[in-house]
Write a protein that binds this ligand. Structure first.
Ligand code: T3D
Length: 255
């Protein structure tokens, strides 16, 4: 059984974490296979990605049976989680987390690395780390700080309180909550919607918002100008303007 399953439907790639017996906890094989799947997602034919989990969990974070085997945990993080976190952020297309069940620890971090999240109504969000005396990792502090603000993020991560999907929605952590049995079809529908949009423009929009987190206004204005120049060189820009002037719906190619 593959630790990560990858399927392709039109321009949508779905990546399913697949160790349901341990709520898709991360072991070395899962990290490695996720890395391959994210490499495959760089294919220009892929225009949107869904990340989800098999069974009743999204991911329970680090596999605690494998934890502590590496001589230095910081090296383990650098070699396993960090490349996948960076791979998601550098994918120039939307990555949607479809949170199908509980997500905890680095599983929660990974969901927060994605561009946005939708959740099943029975999903749960569990900090996890502090429950075993650890600090958040795999980008958890970086992304939760931005998603929730430092005060709420700190309060939540240090309390280890389990959040329901409805609470996560109220906090802005997830953008939509859907009935559990409708989650995958809603994720596919959303991903197909994004896959039909100007992919290069979406990729550059993602880069701009990432850059805005640390840039000065001057730096941000400059990057906007540079990427707008690149956007005007795209086929989708030409198609968008032509379709507008011809009063017809645009047909974007992603180029
Ligand atoms: O080395 C490094 O890279 C360091 C990195 C660290 C990053 C981290 O992610 S640290 C945080 C690790 N995660 C946790 O501490 C969460 C542990 N799990 C839980 O607290 C609970 O399982 C949940 C709250 C997530 C879900 O609870 P519940 O009651 O719905 O399910 P359960 O019964 O606890 O779990 C179901 C099975 O999955 C169970 O196995 P069993 O008894 O049926 O054979 C359980 O042991 C297994 N499982 C759940 N989480 C993990 C796990 N097995 C290994 N590792 C897990 N993290």
């Amino acid at each position: 059984m593959a630790e990560v399953e990858v399927t392709r439907e039109g321009g949508v790639q779905t990546i399913t974490l697949n160790r349901p017996e341990v709520l898709n906890a991360f072991n070395r094989a899962l990290h490695a296979r996720l890395r391959e799947a994210l490499k495959e997602a760089r294919d220009p034919e892929v225009r949107a990605v869904v990340l989800t989990g098999a069974g009743r969990g999204f991911s329970a974070g680090q596999d605690l049976k494998e934890f502590g085997e590496a001589p230095d945990v910081s090296d383990a993080l650098r070699e396993s989680y960090h490349p996948n976190v960076l791979a998601i952020r550098s994918l120039e297309k939307p990555v949607i987390a479809a949170v199908n069940g509980v997500c905890a620890g680095a599983g929660l971090s990974l969901a927060c690395v994605c561009d946005f999240r939708i959740a099943a109504d029975d999903a749960g969000f569990v900090p996890g780390f502090i429950g075993i005396g650890l600090v958040p990792d795999a980008g958890g502090t970086y992304f939760l700080n931005r998603l929730l603000g430092p005060s709420r993020a700190f309060e939540w991560m240090s309390s280890n309180r389990r959040l329901t999907a409805v609470e996560a929605h109220a906090w802005g952590l997830v953008s939509e909550v859907v009935a559990s049995d409708a989650l995958q079809s809603r994720a596919a529908e959303l991903a197909a919607f994004y896959a039909a949009l100007p992919t290069r423009g979406i990729g550059m929009t993602k880069r701009l918002f990432d850059h805005a987190g640390t840039a000065t206004l001057e730096e941000q204005l400059e990057l906007e100008a540079q990427l707008q120049s690149a956007a005007t060189g795209s086929e989708d820009f030409r198609e968008g303007v032509a379709a507008f002037l011809e009063k017809r719906p645009p047909k974007f190619s992603g180029r």
